[in-house]
Design a protein around this ligand. Structure first.
Ligand code: FCB
Length: 458
């Protein structure tokens, strides 16, 4: 470590994005439609009727965006591949024009010394595959493995880090139980089967990678500590159920080959009777875990809230982001320590961390975003604390490089280090971009200097 640096010399400093959120041109060059393209074009699904048709126009402006990354000093960049650009029908014939985009992007990154971390699935399933049942189809893990193989063969020599699936919990729960994400289903019986197929898909892709790849592959999960709002037994039990539902549902099978025992009572008759052979197939920890951390959950028991009988409540006295998520940096340290303890110290990348705030308009070419600066600072310090306590943390990726299409919230929620003006697509740095550049340049040493007045005091 260099003097004062809080992080090891080979630590990865990155930013993260995903295909549908930034690329635009969803049907260009022979790409097939995805479920997000369809969903965004279904009236009433997305705030303000927004779609990803243009997004950040990254499909055409990627060179400019790579230059921004170089300017920030990033040594890593996490992006996702749109499955149906590469395989317009989801399987079968490869669309070389679509694949070519990612090949050029990887080349541009490597030219600047930026290591690509590629996510294979960040929620934009091919619409054709959806019409064949999507993730409910027992064949879906094989479709995914075939697609993964195409990508490993095309980019495997140059991409050192792969993520199979981003946040399977969100796919299963927001996509199939609560319906606010594509494909917009609300079906208790679909949900655990979709989740299981996603885990199988991950395991199949890891398997394919073992035969082909030379680097590392893992799953990215959304994690948040669950704290009861009171000491009452019902609230404590509700927090434990929510912990199983959010934090352990996907990680226990991966590392321990079984689902948390709470799952069967949460889903009741909708929980399938998995055989031990089926469970053995999804025990596939991979080489690292990607952690997407934003907040914690404060949990209250609520008998009417099915299926969990628990609700997340917001604490008005806390500082909440524009998403209504409590700013709680301690929770990142807690989460990382929990992973270390429960799953035998796996290598970890923080694959997403960041905050949406209502930024003021730019002045003199810069957007002042003191709350985001404080959020990033306090979370990076929280990550350093975990590192100090022996967590095998290898990198940190800020969400997100650019203001982008925030799913059901459309463009109304801004997470970027750079502001994107939707009218002229100009990228303007926010103060948080400057802040992050200093953190990266000093490998964290700048964090040990005196805090700015807008620090949250963590
Ligand atoms: C995560 C998603 C990412 C982004 C952030 C705010 O759940 O992976 O695409 O929407 O939340």
């Amino acid at each position: 470590m260099t003097r004062g640096a809080l992080f090891p010399r080979d630590f990865l400093w990155g930013a993260a994005t995903s295909a549908y959120q930034i690329e635009g041109s969803p049907l260009a060059d022979g790409a097939g439609p995805s479920i997000w393209h369809r969903f965004a074009h279904s009236p009433g699904r997305i705030a303000n009727g927004d779609t990803g048709d243009l997004a950040c126009d990254h499909y055409r402006r990627y060179r400019e965006d790579v230059a921004i990354m170089a300017d920030l000093g990033l040594n890593a960049y996490r992006f996702s591949v749109a499955w149906s650009r590469v395989l317009p029908q989801g399987r079968g014939t490869v669309n070389h024009k679509g694949l070519g985009f990612y090949q050029r992007l990887v080349d541009a990154l490597l030219e600047r010394g930026i290591r690509p971390m590629v996510t294979l699935y960040h929620w934009d399933l091919s619409a054709t595959l959806h019409d064949r049942g999507g993730w409910l189809n027992p064949d879906s893990p094989n479709w995914f493995a075939d697609y993964a193989q195409v990508m490993f063969k095309a980019l495997g020599d140059r991409v050192p880090l792969w993520i199979t699936i981003n946040e399977p919990w969100v796919v299963a729960v927001l996509g199939h139980l609560e319906g606010q994400h594509a494909p917009g289903h609300r079906d208790l019986f679909e949900t655990p089967r979709v989740a299981h197929h996603l885990l199988l898909a991950h395991a199949r892709a890891v398997d394919v990678y073992r035969g082909l790849g030379r680097h590392r592959i893992g799953l990215a999960v959304n994690l948040e500590p669950q704290h009861p709002v009171s000491d009452a037994r019902a609230d404590r039990e509700a927090a434990t159920r929510r912990d199983a539902f959010i934090n352990r549902w996907f990680l226990d099978p991966l590392f321990q080959g079984r689902y948390p025992h709470e799952m069967a009572s949460i889903f009741g008759p909708a929980w399938p009777d998995f055989t031990s052979e089926e469970l053995a197939l999804i025990r596939a920890p991979g080489d690292f875990i990607g952690v997407n951390y934003y907040s914690r959950g404060c949990v209250r028991a609520d008998p009417d809230a099915t299926p969990l009988h628990a609700v997340r409540v917001s604490r008005p006295e806390a500082l909440n982001t524009a998403m209504g998520w409590e700013v709680y940096p301690e929770g990142l340290t807690q989460t990382l320590l929990w992973l270390r303890q429960r799953y035998a110290n796996p290598p970890i990348y923080i694959t997403e961390n960041g905050a949406a705030f209502d930024d003021p308009p730019a002045r003199d070419g810069l957007v002042a975003d003191p709350l985001r600066v404080a959020y990033l600072r306090d979370h990076i310090v929280a990550a350093a604390k975990a590192l100090e306590q022996g967590v095998d943390l290898r990198g940190y990726f800020a969400w997100s490089l650019l203001d982008n299409f925030e799913w059901a919230e459309g463009y109304s929620k801004r997470f970027g280090l750079y502001h994107v003006d939707p009218r002229d697509q100009r990228r303007l740095p926010k103060a948080s971009a400057r802040f992050y550049r200093e953190v990266i340049a000093s490998n964290g040493a700048s964090l040990t200097q005196e805090a700015e007045p807008y620090s949250l005091g963590f």
